[in-house]
Ligand binder design. Structure first.
Ligand code: AQP
Length: 339
């Protein structure tokens, strides 16, 4: 069993990233070790350059993200953790896979539409091409499973199509590339913004109060939950209900922290006096979940040389796998000399 996922080096990872993705990585690492498989995680700095960014900050954020992933439980002795730009095989594979990617499919990607709308100066071709590089990232490792949040479902479906189209065109329909399955958590796959529960919690969100960061101090977390938007039902009703977006989101977060369903989380609060009790319960659960991660992060982040060592070692391990896939793809496509 082989697992792969990538995460952008925006150091300020939020609660949505943590619940939707990072916690699943740690779980995937444990399952892979148990099954004698392999778990591979990539900090995707080449994806981060598709929108406006600061080159000096990008390096800092890459170390921030590496430290955060290790603090959350990824263990470089039990998984491969590396930086995307260190493995050039992935970018070459991206170009080769472009030949079996339909322009029309890329045009349909929700993420491109959403992100291009907020670019002020330039909508880069890189942003449009993002899903092809993401497909190359994953397909280079012939993995079975990709842990992601709900917002990545469409990109995983596209990479499955790319793999199948490649196999049909160049590999006599044999599985030279493996079409992976997404692994989207049942609870917490789409955490919503606390100030605008109709939008997903996101790095680029306008309302800072609506986004809880993994590294926020406990007082800040408490403040953000206290200010979370609920509704004006009188008497207040703590229930999972599509009409009650704010309350449902708080229950979803509480449930994800406690490992129960949102309905069970609501039942636990049947004696609550109002939304204040719900907000207090969620903020306490989130603080309990994130505090050890923040404390470990603070210990790890200072030693950039050690983080760099981890990433370089991971890149060597990743390259050894990606080079084999790339070699077979080149050969199947008739690119380069006969090997
Ligand atoms: N709100 C969310 N709820 C659950 N999962 C989420 N993810 C993102 N937002 C939520 C998952 O986090 C993983 C890493 O995402 P990324 O760092 O590659 O960035 P992203 O997908 O572009 O999401 P961000 O961090 O919110 O950035 P912006 O603001 O740029 O959209 C992915 O598995 C994602 O599904």
């Amino acid at each position: 069993m082989r697992i792969f996922s990538g995460i952008q080096p925006t150091g300020r990872k939020h609660l949505g990233n943590f619940i939707g993705a990072i916690r699943q990585y740690v779980d995937g690492q444990a399952r892979a070790v148990e099954a004698d498989g392999l778990a591979i995680f990539c900090i995707v700095d080449l994806h981060a350059v598709t929108v406006a960014y600061d080159p000096v900050e990008l390096r800092e954020l890459t170390y921030d993200t590496a430290a955060l992933l290790i603090a959350a439980g990824l263990d470089p002795a039990r998984c491969i953790l590396f930086r995307q730009s260190d493995v050039a095989e992935q970018t070459e594979l991206c170009w080769l896979l472009a030949s079996v990617t339909a322009h029309g499919d890329l045009n349909r990607m929700h993420q491109f539409k959403e992100k291009s709308e907020v670019q002020r100066e330039l909508i880069s071709a890189g942003l449009f091409f993002y899903p092809v590089l993401q497909a190359a990232d994953v397909l280079a490792y012939r993995c079975d499973e990709v842990p992601v949040g709900e917002d990545q479902r469409q990109h995983i479906e596209l990479m499955r199509d790319i793999a199948e189209r490649f196999n049909a065109r160049f590999a006599d329909s044999n599985e030279l590339l493996i079409a992976p399955q997404h692994r989207i958590p049942e609870v917490g796959a789409r955490i919503m913004d606390l100030q605008d529960p109709d939008s997903k919690m996101s790095t680029t969100a306008a309302a800072q109060d609506g986004t809880v960061y993994v590294l926020d101090q406990p007082e800040m977390i408490q403040r953000k939950f206290n200010r979370a938007v609920t509704d004006s039902d009188d008497p207040p009703r703590i229930a999972v209900d599509p009409q009650k977006r704010g309350v449902s989101n708080l229950l979803e977060i509480l449930a994800a922290c406690e490992g129960v369903t949102p309905e069970e989380a609501a039942a636990e609060l049947s004696g609550a006096r109002g939304y204040g009790d719900l907000k207090a319960a969620v903020s306490e659960a989130v603080i309990e979940m994130l505090t050890p991660v923040r404390e470990r992060y603070e210990l790890l982040r200072g030693d950039e040389a050690a983080l760099e060592q981890v990433l370089l070692r991971g890149a060597d391990q990743a390259r050894a796998i990606a080079a084999v896939t790339l070699g077979e793809v080149r050969s199947a496509m008739g690119v380069g000399p006969v090997t």
